[in-house]
Design a protein around this ligand. Structure first.
Ligand code: SAH
Length: 245
């Protein structure tokens, strides 16, 4: 009789635990990295001029250490890029914040990212915008990022293994586009898939040395406004773009 009474209770507790376990806030309550994350926000992001509260809140919430290998977790909140395998890197926190802020996202926006990598930048975008579509050309990275983002509960992110040069026609047009690999020109299909009034940010220039962080706004009359935001160093975009050098 006692066993019979206890089972629905045990069942409810199990269900509750499962619901909580996939919630980032729950994970953060037990997170030994919380203080490192706060320092990162204050010193490297706010301290260097990023003001957008939505960007600051997103990055204060996301467990960045879960986007790198276990042996690099201690360094996940330092302000530099880190290796994520296949010779690729997760961008430094300040650059992630700067690029996200520049897109001036609204909560209703649909965003395309080229270069999923670890999935961290996609998570930052997904905390602010409504839907995020992200494309990664290296299959192993695309698969790992997809699994990681699903595990963290991001059901507003779609990951695709493909060459981002061609964008994602099926879900176009996008309110904003971010390219997180160095490109020597803006892929025309991406400009085409950007809404009028939309913003596109990318590291533009030499794919081997430094690039200029460049913000492109597609104005209502169809013309383009270009703003240069300073030097950056990203890993090169590969695939179709290399044929057009
Ligand atoms: N945004 C990532 C870091 C990007 S590193 C993060 O938050 O972790 C740049 C990524 O762009 C690499 O993973 C690389 O494989 C990918 N990439 C390079 N060329 C690409 C292309 N043509 N299409 C899609 N992804 C590409």
């Amino acid at each position: 009789m006692r066993t019979f009474k206890a089972s629905p209770l045990i069942y409810s507790i199990t269900v509750l635990c499962l619901v909580f376990l996939i919630n980032i806030d729950f994970l953060n309550a037990f997170d030994p990295f919380e203080s490192k994350r706060k320092i990162m926000i204050e010193r490297d992001i706010k301290g260097r001029g990023v003001k957008d509260i939505r960007v600051l809140n997103a990055m204060a919430r996301i467990p960045r250490h879960l986007f790198v290998d276990e042996n690099l977790r201690d360094r996940a909140y330092a302000d530099h890029p880190l290796p994520i395998g296949e010779g690729q890197t997760i961008s430094q926190p300040y650059v992630v914040a700067l690029m996200t802020e520049a897109l001036k996202l609204k909560s209703t926006d649909r965003v395309l990212e080229i270069g999923t990598g670890s999935g961290y930048q996609a998570a930052v975008l997904a905390e602010i915008a409504k839907e995020v579509y992200t494309i990664e050309i290296r299959k192993s990275l695309a698969d790992r990022a997809n699994q990681r983002l699903t595990k963290l509960g991001y059901n507003n992110i779609k990951v695709k293994h493909s060459d981002g040069y061609f964008g994602w026609e099926e879900y176009a047009p996008f309110d904003a586009i971010m390219i997180t690999a160095a490109a020597n020109h803006i892929p025309p299909p991406l400009l085409k898939q950007l809404k009028e009034g939309g913003r596109l940010i990318l590291p533009l220039g030499s794919t081997f040395y430094y690039q200029t962080l460049t913000l492109v706004t597609k104005k209502k009359d169809g013309t383009i406004k270009v703003e240069q935001m300073g030097p950056v160093a990203f890993v090169p975009m590969i695939g179709e773009i290399e044929k057009k050098r």
